[in-house]
Design a protein around this ligand. Structure first.
Ligand SMILES: NC(=O)c1ccc[n+]([C@@H]2O[C@H](COP(=O)([O-])OP(=O)(O)OC[C@H]3O[C@@H](n4cnc5c(N)ncnc54)[C@H](O)[C@@H]3O)[C@@H](O)[C@H]2O)c1
Length: 358
């Protein structure tokens, strides 16, 4: 993080689960940002979170928060279906945006956001915070600087049936409200779509962050005994081959990680349930020096590091380490292509898909 003289004033939209568990604390702990404002349509949530986190301003109207000239940037922490509309509104009001993952729910709406970001001079970052996991960041640097050409990448993201046993102990007690605004119907009802958007977005972002652009996928989906398993063959633009495993949920501990084979070395990573705030165990073997290399990554508050990275880009012009609007859009393309491929059984090119996951 570049040392700057002042803190970015952030307004958080949404006082729901992710803001309570991550964003409020992240903004308060960040060295270069402050939790200036919070906003939710649910007045009770705003009152309770205002009492705990003591932001300078509280709002029950997004329009009013955006009209506050002191708010320089917003975190969009609302349901996936609202991300693009809320992000567009923030950009139109001249605010920088950190928008939760997935960037949106359709390729077209993400493309509209791409255009809006391009024509603005504002920063938009996507909340795939695993890029700020110090182990994954270490792997990325090793791949870029030491590993040479990539031959193959395997990555897996397997949620555990015991997930809530763990997270309920780790997260603060999350307050809910009957006045909270959620999309009509139940977005979680079609579980294939919900799992791809909610969990697959992390897996794809990690695969792209470490392996580069994905050009085509061929996927199978097996659904048995309340479990969903996607095995995805991946063609990377580099010519490397990939295999992704998204399984919700495995009857074991949280199981997430990656293996990468390269010209001058290899990488093996084990990632923990994020709410432990523990950096991935990553070993990078370099055939140049015959040594394994690893990082401790003591500070693994991904959400805080994500806010600091975002603020650093805005305040100091530092290169964006997080996912940008193109990364977010390409991730949605990959997820739509995976969904299409499970139906046809064929390879699907990412540049030939449109619409949303169906
Ligand atoms: N990065 C991660 O690891 C991670 C983890 C969990 C959730 N998420 C993402 O976070 C997002 C939010 O999830 P959540 O579980 O916190 O949702 P939630 O429904 O619990 O909370 C969202 C809140 O936003 C408010 N809201 C919605 N529209 C509003 C508007 N126009 N004006 C004011 N307030 C509004 C709602 O009233 C609600 O209180 C989702 O996109 C989800 O995918 C990310």
């Amino acid at each position: 993080m570049t040392v700057t003289e002042r803190k970015l004033r952030i307004g958080v939209l949404g006082c729901g689960q992710i803001s309570q568990a991550a964003h409020f604390e992240a903004c308060r702990k960040a060295g270069n940002a402050e939790l200036y404002a919070i906003c939710d349509l649910a007045e009770d949530l705003v009152a309770k979170m205002g009492a705990i986190h003591e932001p300078t301003a509280t709002y029950t109207s997004y329009d009013l928060m955006l009209a506050d000239p002191n708010v320089e940037a917003v975190i969009v922490g609302v349901a996936d279906q609202y991300h693009v509309a809320m992000a567009l509104q923030a950009l139109a009001a001249g605010k920088h945006v950190l928008v939760e993952k997935p960037l949106g729910v359709s390729i077209e709406e993400c493309a509209s956001l791409q255009s809006a970001v391009t024509t603005s001079s504002l920063v938009l970052q996507v909340g795939t915070m695993k890029r700020f996991d110090p182990g994954i960041a270490f792997a990325r640097k090793f791949i870029a600087e030491d590993m040479g050409e990539m031959l193959a990448l395997k990555a897996w993201y397997c949620d555990s049936t015991y997930r809530y046993v763990m997270t309920d102990n780790l997260q603060p007690i999350v307050v809910s409200s009957t006045a909270a605004r959620r999309p009509a119907g139940n977005p979680k009802a079609v579980r294939e779509r919900y799992y791809l958007l909610g969990h697959g977005s992390h897996l794809i972002d990690t695969a792209r962050f470490l392996g580069g652009e994905i050009v085509a996928v061929r996927a199978r989906l097996i659904q048995k005994f309340d479990a969903y398993c996607w095995f995805v063959e991946v063609a990377f633009a580099s010519g490397a081959v990939g295999h992704l495993d998204l399984t919700i949920a495995v009857r074991m501990d949280w199981h997430e990680g990656f293996q990468i084979y390269g010209e001058h070395g290899s990488v093996i990573g084990k990632t923990y349930n994020p709410w432990y705030f523990r950096g991935s165990d990553v070993e990078c073997f370099s055939s140049r020096d015959g040594q394994y290399h690893r990082v401790l990554g003591a500070d693994a508050h991904f959400y805080k590091l994500q806010v600091e990275g975002f603020a650093d880009t805005i305040l100091s012009g530092a290169p964006m380490w997080g996912a940008n609007v193109d990364d977010g859009t390409d991730a949605i393309r990959a997820l739509v292509a995976i969904a299409r491929s499970t139906k046809s059984g064929d390879w699907v090119r990412l540049d030939q898909v449109e619409g949303e996951i169906s």
